[in-house]
Design a protein around this ligand. Sequence first.
Ligand code: OXD
Ligand code: MN
Length: 631
Amino acid sequence: MYKYEKLLQSKMSEENFGKVAALKNPKIFEFIGHFAEHCNPASIYVCNDSEKDVQYVREQALAKGEEQQLAHSKQTIHWDGYGDQARDKVNTKFLVYKENLKKMAGLNSVEYEEGLAEIMQISKNIMAGKDVVVQFFSEGPTESPFTIPCIQFTDSWYVAHSEFILYRSAYNHFLNMKEEEKDDFFRFIHSAGELDEYGSTVNLDKRRIYMDTQNNIVYSMNNQYAGNSIGLKKHSMRLAINKSGKEGWLCEHMFIMAAVDKKKNRKTYFCGAYPSACGKTSTAMIPGEQIVGDDIAYFRNLDGEFRAVNVEAGMFGIIKDVNAKDDPVIFENLMKNQEVIFSNVLRGPDNKPYWLGMGVEPPKEGRNHFGEWKEGIKDAKGNEVGVAHGNARYTMRLDYLDNIDKEGFEAKDGVKVEGILYGGRDSDITVPVEESPSWRDGILLKAATLESETTSATLGAEGVRKSDPMANMDFVSYPLGEYTMNNIKFGEGVKDTPKIFSNNYFMRGPDGNFMTSKLAKKVWLHWADGRIHGEYSAYDTPTGKIPKYDDLKVLFKEHLNEDFSKEDYNYLFTFRCTKWIEKLERTKVYYKKMDPNAPQEIFDYWDAAIAKISKAKDQFGDLILPGAFKK
Ligand code: OXD
Ligand code: MN
């Protein structure tokens, strides 16, 4: 007899109890039983991989009022609380054993016993009277070298519904687990807490997300916004980053895509990391290319090859500015009668969804993340409430997209990655595309130095640069220096190490306007693709290698039918010495702050890079035109 058997039998139907019992795993009984006792739900539904259970979850999300049906019968809408519209960075903390607290100083942490006591107190009886659900998933393809089995225990049927869209159901994987693997899974316990009449969380002051990377469990209480509630997305990512650090693989905040060269009958896989609002999804969705994943990738060395999988099976995408012109593939999918959850957008009187930048005139009233909404309405702080929230989302299966690379998406051993892109946002430092001379240089000069610049659309001063190494700083779950060194080690440990490139789509010209159109990213991508296949020669700069004008001219014509001027080329690809030195100095300060014990060799590397750039400045001037610099 397993621990908690009696208790679970009292809260589950015979059929549901049978599903748990069939797994013959005492660790699963312990996890579900412990929280069944502590959070005290009225009943527990257990899902396997059947369509019947997926359908049951969909129905419950509607029946419980967490979602409402839209005009298209397969589409639903959900609202998070007005104060629960984005990831809560303040109340998301690592539970850290006393002896490790110093090491984790740069990361938002709470002492283990203290944090655990707080979260257990908040979660005591939090599910009283509620029907809750348990699901089994896999991060990455099931039964593959990448698989991380996960269990989600939640009282939110919206969360459960979202997870069935976003992840691969893996009850069968759990069924087939070997004896010695039975404790090796991630555990997520979530409660939306008390709900209002729209099915949104009420007690946001008690919102907490505490992550225990030592025991692979995340506690998430009093929230619904998917970035806060969904175990398998950003919580699992933090557990996976920690686990990968111990085991010698990588979990990165990256898309996976294939650059397609039809003429050469060639497909080249790229991964890319970009801080938010720096072009990540639009790069993954460049027209004419193929997508494997848009947010999180696992990298493993399989027989010496650098292989990657998409951890997820769906997209939780920002809907703002998705319209027929800028994002035709996604827009078209959102207009079809197929399963989509819209969150924090307006439901118009016609029972259709409306959002910011949709390219359609929205109605003047309806229901949105604020409540009953009318044009011009103000919130308690006196701020006008828009049609939808700027971080409103759509939740959709990835395989709806006709630009999906099915083969890569389904491959159990992932795809072989040949190029990595790191894209930042700055108006006046880095060139649109630059190749790194080596993997190590790429990690330290392209990945670690990633920054994004605040725009007029964000609060606070414009043009302030925020460091975001590997675009992963919200999720890195062990000291930054160690994480950086593990990145270096991983890439150096494979046979055909991918080439690393930097991107910047946001260079502004002397008139303050962007220098390139949104589509130019296709050209930078195909130049990188060509470099991987030995097709173009390049100019050296103090930080890497840049394209030659004649090659870009042809690429602009071929891909965009645009004439690219030499003048624009010279402006875009000028190497800016002082600005680069300042960028490296900012990176040093950031690393020291985030990880006071980061290895000295990283700082020595940046000092050497600064010395090299200073020497170039003395020799060639502060602004070095492409081709002028000689090593
Ligand atoms: C994020 C996301 O916040 O992918 O990074 O939603
Ligand atoms: Mn993300």
